[in-house]
Design a protein. Structure first.
Length: 80
């Protein structure tokens, strides 16, 4: 999965450095603008968590967003 994320332009070193990322870190990890991030939140691809008026994203949420964009969600273990 890590090589696929790297090929998509996602900064995997920064993604796996810690489990929780703030909004600015998520923008740099995904390499997108704040408007694109908001669209993904509205469509349900990316879920955010709020704490003291700050938005945070988990590593698994960012990975699921990438899977959703590629259409890989729901295909885990299909051949098993």
């Amino acid at each position: 999965m890590e090589t696929l994320l790297t090929q998509l332009g996602i900064n995997t070193d920064q993604l796996y450095a810690k489990p929780i990322h703030n909004r600015e870190e998520t923008l740099s990890i995904l390499g997108c603008t704040h408007r694109t991030l908001s669209k993904w939140e509205n469509k349900g691809y990316l879920t955010k968590n709020r704490f003291k008026n700050k938005t945070y994203y988990t590593t698994s949420t960012i990975e699921n967003c990438a899977k959703e964009q590629l259409g890989l969600q729901g295909w885990d273990g299909i051949w098993e």
